[in-house]
Design a protein. Sequence first.
Length: 333
Amino acid sequence: MNAPKPSSVTATIDFDKDGIQHGFLKLPYSRNESAWGTIMIPIACIRNGHGTTALLIGANHGDEYEGPIALQKLALTLSPDNIKGTVIIVPALNFPAFMAGTRISPIDYGNMNRVFPGRPDGTITEKIADYFQRFVLPKSDYILDIHAGGKTLDFIPFAAAHVLENKVQQAKCVAAMKAFNAPYSMMMLEIDNVGMLDTAAEEMGKVFVSTELGGGGSATRKSIAIAHTGIQNFLIHAGILSGKIKPHKTIQLDMPDKDCFITCISSGLFEPCFDLGERVSVDDVVGRVYDAERTGIQPVEYKSRMNGILTARHYPGLIKTGDCVSVLAVEVT
Ligand code: ZN
């Protein structure tokens, strides 16, 4: 059998060492501006003896900010004395994208959440994914990947789990999602789950929770607080952090089928007709798109195909064919 290919990523921290370590994942990247340059992905590891390991990830997409902010705060405040086991904190997984303020990497246009399991001899984004696939995910028991809508979408704040073939694993993921205790909890239907970190972690049998906590390419006091409390709850639920989770108040949502997604088939000026969290009925107009270049033309109307709650919406003022107009979800009672 061939030996596994080495990764060109090296960690400056020791994942098996007790205490707090702040360091980097170093990935060589030779380029015009830096001949023998290296991409330095920040990482913190807080460990107190054997036990459960939680991996907390932000900026899998570079323009989503609740994760990086809440994880920077956590890395400053979490003490090994208060935990049992290990917490690995990666505030910005797609670090080149994060530093550019863009969803995908400016180096190779890699979308981190579409390239898993990655490749050790691939692009920069694929090399980062490969390192997590082979060296970080396997040592993690509980994985939290904190997303938001980025510059082009805005979401109601929810934690999410997926329908899995392994129902024991699904129940564990759902329990961790509910423990996060966001205002909403979503059984999420992915529009395209190939290459996702979610899928990679779930295929390894891990307890995996994702989130969508806001959007628009920024964060708010409220959305940061939801991330902060959710992370604490997630760590308590995993048995790593001591403390109590406040009683559940999360509203359970489901995405039953592809009717949840409304895709734009015109381009122009976007008028949202519902706000996030509002109830929408079948045939309600959720958005209109006007011809941006002339007056006197009726807008194209986008109607809901289901009864539900407006869960996500296109964020910028202009919209194009193929953009996501809105996403609806159904409240589970
Ligand atoms: Zn994202």
